[in-house]
Design a protein around this ligand. Structure first.
Ligand SMILES: Cc1cc2nc3c(=O)[nH]c(=O)nc-3n(C[C@H](O)[C@H](O)[C@H](O)COP(=O)(O)OP(=O)(O)OC[C@H]3O[C@@H](n4cnc5c(N)ncnc54)[C@H](O)[C@@H]3O)c2cc1C
Length: 432
């Protein structure tokens, strides 16, 4: 069915990332005639998966937290067949060749003895973690994001966490999530992510992260929306009673337009200055190992306690076996800018060499020579920058003039939860 066959208002949605797709699905479900126009050939925006010789390569390592409230309302989580990471992480130190497990004792009691023996973390850090968890559990998303702000580093220092814990665990783990190992990001992002991870695991869909936008596209199309890909919108403007959306091939005169493009493009198309345009990028490199040389982390991420090159090593196919052919292990390493070193400036070979060196130090019993580089994914704009206090300066979905609306993580916070929730809010604003 073509979106134009519906009786309700005609709405054009610019961009088929998570926000645009949720917005389109909600509008179409409410009876609107929705046309989504996406610049790329595939939907998903910053969430995509490439299939390559039997491997699933996400466009940058990322995970889905099923405890995100918007993931529960907008996605059919059962159909995504989510594969969970084990809680906590393996902390790896190249200097001494030590590896130790730090797990969440409440979610993984079997790992308790190992975690208690972990010398990277003091008993008072473990106690503080439990107190912090009780503290963040009391607040929902709106409350968390409305509270006074400061950086993650300052916040943890005030809570009395040791420097060793902050540097050795929080910096690679939460720095990996915020793409900022210096921990200068808003503590709200840390608190809400920490709360979400206390409520459920990090997961990968069995068919790759790209299954998330595919599911949303199906949902929007089932409700009657039309999704056109490979068509770039070059202009959006309010008209007397509606809006006009122009691509090279056509002009859509509609009752309302929703700009759901990435933040830099959204600012350009909407003219709303409050849309943030700066943000960290992400560099992910994929490798395979033959089964006999595979490392066993018990489905945990391996964190580099010392530096960001690489920041982490992730055993993707141990978590989600469908990510690799049966006889191979698929791993990825993530690299962050740190101490003035920018992974975007390093060649693929240089990045692979850094991983090999770290791997040899962390897993001396394994042959790093078997580590075969598959691909390198560089995403120049992965999230918008979230320094303390940024969230109150973000635009609202109805900030543009007339019948033009915004949808995107940049109206909430930079995460899948922010994008999904923004799509829902934008749809509600249009329908109002
Ligand atoms: C490597 C990486 C790791 C991440 N890790 C996590 C994680 O672990 N957990 C988490 O919650 N979040 C993570 N994120 C963030 C999360 O993916 C994003 O916040 C979210 O996907 C943003 O969705 P969006 O719909 O707001 O924007 P986008 O995904 O940017 O979608 C915008 C869409 O608009 C299209 N578009 C742009 N311009 C035009 C135009 N002129 N015409 C037509 N279409 C246009 C784009 O092609 C794109 O499809 C990560 C992001 C990256 C890149």
């Amino acid at each position: 069915m073509d979106g134009r066959d519906a009786d309700g208002p005609r709405v054009a949605v610019v961009g088929a990332g998570l926000a645009g797709l949720v917005c389109a699905a909600r509008l179409a479900e409410a009876g609107a005639a929705v046309t989504v126009v996406e610049r790329r050939e595939a939907v998903g925006g910053r969430v995509q998966t490439d299939e390559c010789d039997g491997y699933l390569l996400d466009r940058g390592f990322q995970v889905l937290f099923p405890a995100y409230p918007a993931a529960r309302t907008e996605l059919d989580l059962d159909a995504l067949d989510l594969e969970p990471f084990a809680s906590g992480a393996v902390l790896a130190r190249a200097e001494t060749g030590e590896r130790s497990v730090l797990a969440d004792p409440l979610r993984d009691p079997r790992a308790l003895p190992q975690s208690l023996l972990n010398r990277e973390v003091t008993t008072s850090d473990k106690l503080r973690t439990l107190l912090l968890r009780r503290d963040v559990a009391r607040r929902d998303e709106d409350e968390t994001f409305a509270r006074p702000d400061r950086s993650i580093r300052e916040h943890l220092r005030d809570w009395g966490f040791s420097e060793r814990f902050v540097e050795g665990f929080v910096a690679p783990f939460y720095g990996g999530i915020t793409l900022d190992r210096s921990l200068s990001t808003s503590k709200r992002v840390f608190e809400y992510t920490f709360k979400t991870l206390s409520e459920g695991p990090a997961t990968l869909p069995a068919d790759g992260m790209g299954a998330v936008p595919r599911q949303l596209r199906d949902r929007a199309e089932r409700a009657g929306a039309t999704v056109a890909t490979g068509e770039r919108v070059r202009r959006v403007e309010p008209t007397g009673g509606g809006a006009r959306v122009e691509t090279a091939a056509r002009t859509l005169d509609v009752d309302a337009a929703v700009v759901a493009a990435d933040p830099p493009t959204a600012r350009e198309l909407s003219g709303v200055d409050a849309v943030p345009t700066e943000g960290p990028g992400s560099v992910t490199q994929f490798y395979t190992l033959p089964d006999h040389a595979a490392i066993d982390t018990r489905r945990r991420i391996v964190l580099n306690v010392e530096d960001a090159a690489p920041n982490a090593l992730v055993p993707l196919s141990d978590v989600a076996p469908g990510y690799a052919p049966g006889d191979r292990q698929l791993l990825c390493a993530t690299f962050l800018a740190d101490d003035g070193v920018d992974p975007f400036e390093a060649s693929d070979e240089a990045l692979a060499e850094q991983t090999r060196t770290a791997f040899e130090a962390w897993y001396p019993e394994r042959a790093a020579a078997g580590l075969e580089r598959l691909d390198t994914v560089r995403v120049p704009f992965a999230q918008f920058a979230q320094p303390p206090g940024v969230h109150e300066r973000l635009p609202a979905v109805d900030d543009p003039d007339g019948s033009v609306y915004l949808a995107g993580d940049y109206t909430e916070w930079s995460a899948i939860q922010g994008a999904l929730r923004s799509g829902r809010r934008a749809a509600a604003a249009v329908l109002e």
